[in-house]
Design a binder for this molecule. Structure first.
Ligand SMILES: [Zn+2]
Length: 259
């Protein structure tokens, strides 16, 4: 007599939120790959800066993800061009609902007009900008800019100390500037570095990379083989970081032209 077999069930696995994240370089484009429990592979180019991500199921081998990325390079470039153009054409107005970035994380801006001290408060999802009633975008930008500087002034001294010890160098000081074309510069003679305040909107490892780069210039002023050797030694993923930084279009959010 045949008995009805119970439906076999796979052993119940504890639900683990396993996610694996790493960066690959396809051509000169850095792509953040996230492996997780999904069925299909997705490639996305994100506004505002054209950041590229791939999410892939664990079942797809890493080589397949790499190959997939390199066959889609042209498409990625076209998409990046499109979103960056869109971003450039949309000036930041510092109004509620806008997207702003801090350390690479996305926040919604909430503007609160009040008498009292202007300033910025960051919580889990929202970046709240306190301004005087009737303040214009230039004034609002200035409040945001000084907040950016205050974050960098907290972050930089310990970071610089770390790199001084690693590289066995001594920096005299740093300057923060809004720069259009550079992330950082180094004056090896006076032993000062200058950093773009926009770095505060990027993931924090990119600030680390720029500081490392500029401080290695205290040892080697040019970008020759010795410079590259030191970077390989002290910041092995510098190529990925450079690509990530260069493809992230500098958004002009902190700077509506001051007339
Ligand atoms: Zn350099």
């Amino acid at each position: 007599m045949r008995t009805q077999r119970p439906l076999s069930r796979p052993a119940v696995e504890p639900v683990k939120r396993r996610v694996l994240r790493y960066t690959i370089l396809a051509g000169d484009i850095s792509i953040v790959v996230t492996r997780k429990r999904i069925r299909h592979m997705h490639l996305r180019v994100h506004p505002p800066d054209g950041r590229v991500t791939i999410s892939a199921p664990f079942s797809i081998r890493p080589e397949v993800v790499d190959a997939f990325a390199s066959t889609r390079l042209q498409w990625i470039r076209r998409q990046q061009h499109r979103v960056q153009k869109q971003t450039r054409e949309t000036p930041t107005r510092f109004v509620s609902g806008e997207t702003h970035y801090v350390w690479g994380r996305r926040y919604e801006l909430s503007v609160v007009e009040r008498d009292g001290r202007p300033g910025v408060v960051l919580d889990d999802r929202t970046l709240t900008l306190f301004v005087h009633p009737g303040s214009d975008p230039v004034r609002r930008a200035a409040v945001m800019y000084s907040w950016h500087k205050s974050i960098l002034n907290e972050t930089l001294p310990p970071l610089i100390r770390t790199w001084e010890q690693r590289l066995n160098v001594r920096l005299q000081g740093y300057y923060l500037r809004r720069m259009k074309t550079r992330w950082g510069t180094c004056n090896c003679r006076t032993k000062h570095i200058r950093l773009n305040t926009e770095l505060v909107t990027k993931p924090s490892h990119l600030l680390d990379y720029v500081v490392a780069h500029e401080m290695v210039h205290l040892i080697v002023p040019n970008h020759g083989p010795r410079f590259i050797g030191l970077m390989n030694e002290h910041y092995p993923f510098w190529r990925e970081a450079r690509a990530e930084l260069n493809q992230s279009q500098r958004r002009r959010h902190a700077a509506p032209a001051v007339r």
